[in-house]
Design a protein around this ligand. Structure first.
Ligand code: SF4
Ligand code: SF4
Length: 283
């Protein structure tokens, strides 16, 4: 019979994950404070199993309407894979398992970082593009994880950093920028900045607050912002127009259907060469 690592991963891949990696729970201790570690959510936890899945389809990347990316490109297969693996661990192997809490409970800070989990599970490394974790084959993936008391052998951290890609290093040497940095430069109102030395990231800057307000234009933030503007509006006719506007209606809708407010901007990744073959090249 296959070893438990292989059996768990097979269940995840069958349920829709493109990649599955395993991290040891104590690997988190070096990077995150108490309160955000796997054992804080499941006493006795030994392993974190991370599933990565594709977000937007290749077709969605081609759409001229950027909002289509948000409503047709996501199916959260990584969560389904994690649920399937957690069920397998509990029912077939007899250990405890829970989905790792990854949605923010305050501000933009999740209880557990799926980006860190993906890195510790050997699935990718941080990039200059908004710190997004790049998988060497697939580029940007969406990650979910489970925490379990099942002891599993962890995967190795990726030895070679995925970002910057060789072509980005060449571009940086020639022009002092990379495709993602050029798509959203902090110096010109964007969110990204960085430097490369000896083919590696030497410094990186990501303005998360600015990115959030640009990339996730519908959601609790936009609701609060427009509600304040509506309350401050003295002209009743204009106030009514604002109240019934498409923007406010979508902001309200995003509160009820959180899925609607995922993101609408992918420009830094659209230009990234890593995983590009999976975003284009279809007939
Ligand atoms: S998602 Fe959009 S706004 Fe955010 S860093 Fe990337 S290009 Fe800039
Ligand atoms: S375009 Fe992609 S690989 Fe190149 S520097 Fe940006 S994130 Fe890294």
């Amino acid at each position: 019979m296959a070893i438990p690592e292989e059996r768990v991963k097979e269940v995840g891949v069958k349920a829709g994950a493109l990649v599955v990696g395993i991290a040891a729970t104590d690997a988190f201790n070096e990077y995150v404070p108490a309160g955000h570690r796997p054992e804080d959510f499941l006493p006795g936890a030994r392993s974190v199993v991370v599933a990565g899945a594709r977000g937007p389809t290749a077709g969605a990347w081609r759409s001229p309407n950027h909002e289509v990316m948000e409503i047709t490109g996501y199916d959260f297969r990584e969560n389904i894979a994690v649920h399937a693996m957690a069920d397998f661990i509990e029912r077939e192997l007899g250990y405890y398992a829970i989905q790792a809490p990854s949605l923010p409970t305050a501000g933009h800070q999740p209880p557990m970082s799926m980006m860190l989990a993906a890195v510790l599970a050997g699935l990718g490394t941080r990039s200059l593009a908004a710190n997004i974790i790049l998988h060497p084959e697939y580029g940007m993936l969406y990650y979910a994880a489970l925490i379990t008391t099942l002891p599993l052998h962890p995967d190795h951290l990726m030895e070679k950093e995925v970002c910057p890609a060789p072509s980005c290093v060449k571009m940086y040497e020639r022009l002092g920028t990379t495709p993602c940095l050029r798509a959203c430069p902090a110096s010109a109102g964007g969110c990204l900045d960085g430097t490369i030395e000896d083919g590696r990231i030497a410094h990186s800057f990501y303005d998360r607050e600015r990115c959030h307000s640009r990339a996730q234009t519908y959601g609790p933030g936009s609701f609060q912002k427009s509600l304040l503007a509506i309350l401050d509006e003295d002209d009743p006719a204009r106030r009514k127009t604002m109240l019934y506007s498409d923007f406010f209606a979508r902001s309200v809708s995003a509160l009820a259907f959180y899925r609607e407010s995922v993101a609408q901007c992918f420009e830094c990744i659209r230009v990234c060469p890593v995983g590009k073959v999976h975003r284009v090249n279809k007939k």
